[in-house]
Design a protein around this ligand. Structure first.
Ligand code: FAD
Ligand code: SF4
Length: 520
């Protein structure tokens, strides 16, 4: 048994559930004789959105593993478990009680990733009168100040400009002062689709069967959150830094090579395809994004991955991931209320059950409930696209995304949902709405082959709801969209529809909308 210090506590070092990094700034100057790390599991974090059981479990399991690693390293950790009868079950309450109990001279914390949590922590410190020191998060490659400098004076924040700056700053995929291969962007080579037979055999991502700690967590989650969505039957996420590194190595060896070509493709029964499944580990800070990017770069230099794949992958992490975090902090808290199209529809209930006759949505929501995972195009161009076309209130769809994916943390989820998929920020992030008909899904997947609807049909019983709602969306927002030059071609096609056809489309759209409203 470790002997506890009787000395008064100097720093109470808060370690939040998505800050599981032993090298974080929170531990700079940590004095084992005088400082105490504090971690807490609270129900309110699982319930403020109705979290997928796997999302709750991945946080709790990774936190418990981290606690044990800190203790093995001689660090005193005050840890409040979810099933502790004395648990007040909210971050504010538990923090206040830890501060009262331990009476630290100061509180130290790495900047929380979420606005709501940062305010909670600050308030708790203010109420107790203990000074708080907020330190930078070194697991991001662009500081909030550097992003603010990039954003200054710009009306639109294009990711591409930001990304090029990051490549230059960190010297990633650079040859002298130019991009490797002479181009910044290999997008044109990254839109491959599978032939009729689908993808060749793909090595399944490395799986991490639950150990004793995880099994205890799974039991706890099953018992306390039985009414929450999702399954735990397939839980095999990496929950320690060593496992996360093994997952990275497995991805680089087996799937990075084809990541680029097929990053936008979808296929029934293939939830992961060539994707890395690393977002969750990265967001919990089990894995350093720079280590990932450098490993990918090495695979390009030394094999086995081609430049188009590596550049595509690096762009997601060095570009998109850092960029959305910058957008989030630049525009919160107002960003959460954006609703450019004044969308008001409720979220259809099948988002929580997967029970729908639309094959694409049944597949994507179904795999989401099974694994807590969907890849980017499934999120953007199936669940996100349908909500956009239907006119779902952005705040509602935001809550769904925050609840349903194991990698969901607000700083990355919210700009992707409100900005990229719903265009709720009016074009701050995306240059035009990602609006498309069912024909896009038909081209990029095999979902339509088993569907009762026809993506080419625009009205009537057999019409694909995506296609119907796409034309209806263009017609409903014609005036607003006309101010966007990049929507010119789509609006020209709308104008070519004769009056009778458009009327039939809009009648069908009304029926779909009524049906969705009733079902919710
Ligand atoms: P890969 O396809 O292997 O990509 C590699 C890494 O790049 C990811 O692990 C991720 O860290 C990063 N990345 C890729 N695309 C993005 C992006 N658009 N924004 C930020 N980082 C990106 N990602 C989350 O981590 N949490 C979320 O809550 C989340 N919500 C999303 C909601 C919507 C509507 C959309 C369109 C995207 C969302 N994303 C989110 C981004 C992306 O879909 C996931 O990061 C990705 O699917 C995770 O799977 P992967 O690790 O296999 O990714
Ligand atoms: Fe989805 Fe439409 Fe294709 Fe059916 S036909 S799978 S609803 S895109």
């Amino acid at each position: 048994m470790r002997k506890r210090t009787s000395k008064p506590v100097r720093n109470l070092v808060l370690v939040l559930g998505d800050q599981l990094d032993a090298d974080s700034a929170a531990f700079d100057g940590f004095d084992r004789g005088a400082d105490v790390a504090w971690m807490g599991e609270v129900e309110s974090e699982a319930r403020h959105v109705r979290s997928h059981k796997a999302r709750i479990a991945v946080f709790l399991s990774a936190m418990r593993h981290f606690r044990d690693a800190l203790r093995r390293n001689g660090i005193r950790v005050e840890y409040r478990s979810l099933d502790d009868p004395a648990n007040g079950q909210s971050l504010a309450c538990e923090l206040a009680s830890a501060i009262q109990r331990l009476t630290p001279k100061a509180i130290v914390v790495v900047e929380p990733g979420e606005y709501r949590v940062r305010e909670t922590v600050r308030r708790a410190a203010r109420r107790t009168g203990v000074p708080i020191e907020i330190r930078p998060d070194r697991r991001f490659l662009c500081s909030r100040t550097a992003f603010a400098e990039f954003a200054e004076g710009r009306k639109q924040l294009r990711m591409e400009n930001f990304y090029r700056g990051m490549r230059r700053k960190l010297g990633i995929l650079m040859e002298d002062n130019s991009p490797a291969g002479g181009r910044w962007n290999f997008d044109a080579e990254n839109r491959g689709v599978f032939g009729k037979g689908g993808p060749d055999r793909i090595a399944a991502p490395r799986s991490f069967p639950p150990d004793r700690t995880t099994r205890e967590v799974l039991k706890l989650v099953r018992g306390r959150f039985p009414d929450h969505p999702g399954s735990l039957a397939n839980f095999d996420w990496p929950v320690t830094p060593a496992q996360a590194r093994a997952a990275l190595g497995d991805f680089i060896t087996h799937r990075l090579r084809q990541f680029g070509a097929y990053q936008d493709a979808m296929w029934q029964g293939q939830p992961h395809l060539f994707h890395s499944r690393l977002s969750c580990a990265m967001n919990l800070k089990l894995l350093d994004p720079l280590e990932i990017v450098r490993a990918a770069e090495r695979a390009c230099r030394e094999g086995p991955a081609p430049l188009n794949s590596v550049e595509g992958f690096v762009r997601q992490i060095l570009g998109w991931r850092e960029y959305v975090r910058g957008v989030y902090w630049q525009y919160m808290p107002g960003y959460a209320r954006r609703n450019h199209f004044r969308a008001r529809a409720p979220l259809p209930w099948f988002y929580w059950t997967g029970k729908t006759d639309m094959a694409c949505l049944a597949e994507v929501v179904g795999q989401t409930l099974r694994y807590g995972y969907a890849h980017h195009i499934q999120r953007l161009m199936v669940t996100g696209l349908f909500a956009l076309l239907l006119g779902v209130n952005p705040a509602e769809i935001h809550k769904w995304y925050l609840a349903i994916y194991t990698d969901a943390v607000e700083w990355v989820e919210m700009p992707n949902v409100l900005g990229m998929s719903q265009f709720a920020d009016g074009g701050l992030m995306a240059s035009k709405p990602y609006a498309a008909s069912g024909k896009y899904i038909q081209r990029m997947s095999n979902y339509c082959e088993s569907c009762r609807y026809d993506p080419e049909t625009r009205a009537g019983e057999a019409a694909c709801p995506f296609t119907v709602l796409y034309w209806d969306f263009l017609a409903r927002h014609r005036k607003t969209l006309a101010t966007n030059a990049r929507m010119g071609l789509q609006l020209k096609n709308l104008a070519r529809l004769d009056g009778e056809t458009l009327k039939r489309i809009r009648r069908t759209a009304r029926r779909i909308r009524d049906r969705m409203g009733r079902a919710s």
